[in-house]
Design a binder for this molecule. Sequence first.
Ligand code: GTP
Ligand code: MG
Length: 391
Amino acid sequence: MFDGLKDKLGSFTSDVEEDVDEEALEDEAADAEAEDDQPAEPEASAETSAETADGESSGDASDEEEANQVGESAVEPEVEEDADEEDTDEDEDDDSGRGFAQRAKILASGKSVIDEEDLEGHLDDLELALLSSDVEMSVAGEILDGVKENLVGETRRRLSSTGNLVRDALREALFDVISVGQFDFEERVTEADKPVVIMFTGVNGVGKTTTIAKLSQYLEERGLSSVLANGDTYRAGANEQLQKHADNLDRTLISHEQGSDPAAVIYDAVEYAEANDVDVVLGDTAGRLHTSDDLMAQLEKIDRVVDPDMTVFVDEAVAGQDAVNRAREFNEASAIDGAILTKADADSQGGAAISVAHVTGKPILFLGTGQGYDDIERFDPEAVVDRLFEE
Ligand SMILES: Nc1nc2c(ncn2[C@@H]2O[C@H](COP(=O)(O)OP(=O)(O)OP(=O)(O)O)[C@@H](O)[C@H]2O)c(=O)[nH]1
Ligand SMILES: [Mg+2]
């Protein structure tokens, strides 16, 4: 799942880290140069005379500290980084000419701190990677802004010595866009007045009916009973398809004959649930486009007649940008409370999973991960991001 996207994100983090490593080494050189330019301070010379023995690796060891830096950076750059960082920190409290001039020089060179310009090329690559994975344009922009915000101003040394910083910056930016609007589905259903009526909408063939069957099982595993209601009175064979799931799962199906009013079916199912203490009504609907006026009018009628507790938009993760556009359009036509993306098992891009919540302002609640009844998982933004960065 989302393997293509995972690879692309991995390339971004390793490219930035590599670059930053190189630049950090250049900074080391700049530091050493800055010190070369400084006349030896009396204070430093005093220190040197006490410890000259160590300075033999450098030809003109007039400053023991400098000798160590030159010697060590050739042999053991990492140790040097830490040592040097401490030096720089000390310099901040130290108003001696050497510290100030060194800092001024590094700051003037613009090398010690990451700025936007440094990241530009990498961010362009990241943007391209996201767009080619079907991440929506505005969402890609939001992710880039997040990464920038998290990285600009960091010192290169901190980045190069803590490899996870780039990854964490990207992780956080991704988490922020995919966790929009999240709520605890199970808790909401458990705490709501019963029966809880949930309607499922979306275009043809995306997996609405299968998802209803999976959710019925998911709810039962959590102690919540459900009745299935076939509001798809449009398509021939829809009753039989849902009846088969109802039989497999030992559920009751409420249905009317083809061509009848879907609002009446859902109404009957609510009455059935009330009379039989059933917790949840899962209402199927016919596949439709948000532009099919008569079918959208049906949804409005269901809203008026039974006032569902939740309307869930279902689409295929594999549909990528199309799924994102449809989610936006459905949400505008008749507000949705959340989305379920099916066929995530066949989706390597991940663009829809990354984009839908940010574009609609409504959370992705579940991912469909196969054709079996158990193949549904709660959309957990943290786990999704973890999966994108796992080794
Ligand atoms: N691989 C995979 N296939 C799925 C998933 N969810 C549904 N499917 C398959 O997608 C096909 C269509 O599923 P349906 O549930 O009939 O879709 P629908 O939205 O109800 O279709 P209409 O009622 O015609 O609008 C079926 O073959 C399902 O088995 C999933 O998460 N992964
Ligand atoms: Mg169906």
